[in-house]
Design a protein around this ligand. Structure first.
Ligand SMILES: Nc1ncnc2c1ncn2[C@@H]1O[C@H](COP(=O)(O)OP(=O)(O)O)[C@@H](O)[C@H]1O
Ligand SMILES: [Mg+2]
Length: 204
């Protein structure tokens, strides 16, 4: 394990360190595919946060000190609303979110059809709770896939919308089916009709 100050990035911040210690977060695992510096490894490094493993079930997303957002509280609240399409949030503050560790892979064109369909239902769930994700037109970095389901992550640029669109973005980006996307957007077809169409097309 390494001291939590090692994963405050790119510049050390005493304010971030103080908040983490206040919540009893003192150490994280140096574990993952992303090398942060020297011999410090993490699970992820995005534009707004660093994701490090806390224990076998939980990760922490720590606000990057160069993030344009001053607080992660809104992101955490949106992610809580998005559950269970999202990883479960356990604890959050201005500079961090502690959430469920999803031990999976990035979404890819090789992801099995049943999981791509699962993703459509997760995207629909966000619409039902009025969250528009905004980064699902490039879902490859914003979806984690495990053998049994998909998770939509990163609510940093999500927002509340009376009419939220997420399914159309998955239909266009993952399924390359712009026709179904348009029909769905115009309210001419339901998600279950879409899924039947996609499954039929794949079996012929
Ligand atoms: N709950 C999680 N479990 C496992 N890995 C995660 C989890 N959340 C994020 N990651 C990893 O960290 C990366 C960056 O996270 P993300 O929330 O997209 O950060 P940013 O807002 O900075 O873009 C993701 O692409 C993913 O690989
Ligand atoms: Mg991201």
């Amino acid at each position: 394990m390494v001291d939590v100050r090692e994963v405050i990035f790119p510049k050390y911040s005493s304010e971030v360190e103080r908040e983490l210690r206040e919540y009893g977060i003192n150490e994280v695992y140096s574990y993952g595919k992303v090398r942060l510096k020297d011999d410090i490894f993490v699970l992820g490094k995005g534009k707004s946060g660093i994701i490090a493993l806390l224990d076998d079930k939980r990760v922490i997303k720590i606000r990057r000190t160069d993030s344009p957002k001053e607080t992660m509280e809104l992101e955490a609240k949106l992610q809580i609303m998005a559950y269970p399409a999202s990883p479960k949030v356990y604890l959050y503050g201005k500079n961090f979110i502690v959430m469920e560790y999803i031990n999976g892979h990035e979404l890819s064109q090789n992801t099995p059809l049943n999981l791509k369909v699962d993703l459509l239902y997760r995207a629909k769930y966000l619409e039902d709770v009025k969250i528009e994700h905004h980064e699902l037109s490039r879902p490859w970095k914003n979806v984690i896939v495990t053998p049994d389901r998909t998770y939509i992550i990163d609510y940093d640029s999500a927002s509340i919308k009376e009419k939220a669109y997420n399914v159309t973005k998955i239909l266009s980006s993952v399924f390359k089916n712009y026709e179904l996307a348009q029909k769905y957007k115009r309210g001419e077809i339901t998600l279950s009709e879409i899924v039947s169409t996609l499954l039929e097309a794949s079996s012929t």
